[in-house]
Design a protein around this ligand. Structure first.
Ligand code: FES
Ligand code: FES
Length: 180
């Protein structure tokens, strides 16, 4: 992957339409979408600039910070470094699609509210998507699981509250599973 994509001056001038030579079909937050663009365009640009879903954030553009994390087929992916051509036929979920309504928030969203996690908030969608993906695989993560898997960057250093919220989200999710 060309991690310098975001720094190419030609692309900055016209970030979407350069070499718009591919049609890519995929599902995003339950809706079928077809976009026409350069196959090398990172998914993050498609999500934010073409589909206008601004919840997924741009941080480093080099797969280092995790601000752009979303799910592809349930896996946490750093979308700034994931070419759209590889999204063909896949299912993408962004923070906007994590829950179906405000009345039915995802356990991660509930826990984040309870623990009042965000400070500036910029990094938080990425952390929440990374956490939701972790809990799908590891329903009751230990501190070590969290350290090994949630490796995003928060400039406001909300790590302590996030750790508490991740444990709380696991508890909420496990309780919801028991009720089913
Ligand atoms: S913007 Fe994608 S990892 Fe930083
Ligand atoms: S809450 Fe500000 S960067 Fe994380």
């Amino acid at each position: 992957m060309d991690t310098e994509w975001s720094e190419n001056p030609e692309r900055i001038k016209d970030p979407i339409l350069i070499d718009a030579d591919m049609k890519i079909n995929f599902t995003i937050n339950g809706n079928l979408e077809t976009v026409e663009t350069d196959g090398n365009t990172p998914l993050l640009w498609v999500v934010r600039d073409i589909l206008d879903l601004k919840g997924t954030k741009y941080g480093c553009g080099k797969a280092a910070c995790g601000a752009c994390t979303l799910h592809i087929d349930g896996e946490a992916v750093r979308s700034c470094s994931y070419p759209i051509e590889f999204v063909e036929g896949k299912e993408v979920t962004t923070i906007e699609g994590l829950s179906d309504s405000e009345e039915n928030l995802h356990p991660v969203q509930q826990a984040w509210i309870e623990e009042i996690v965000p400070q500036c908030g910029y990094c938080q969608p990425g952390f929440m998507m990374a956490t939701a993906a972790l809990l799908n695989k590891v329903p009751s993560p230990t501190d070590e699981d969290i350290d090994n898997n949630i490796i995003n960057v928060c400039r406001c250093a909300t790590y302590y509250r996030m750790r508490k919220a991740i444990h709380r989200a696991a508890e909420i999710q496990n309780n919801e599973t028991l009720k089913k």
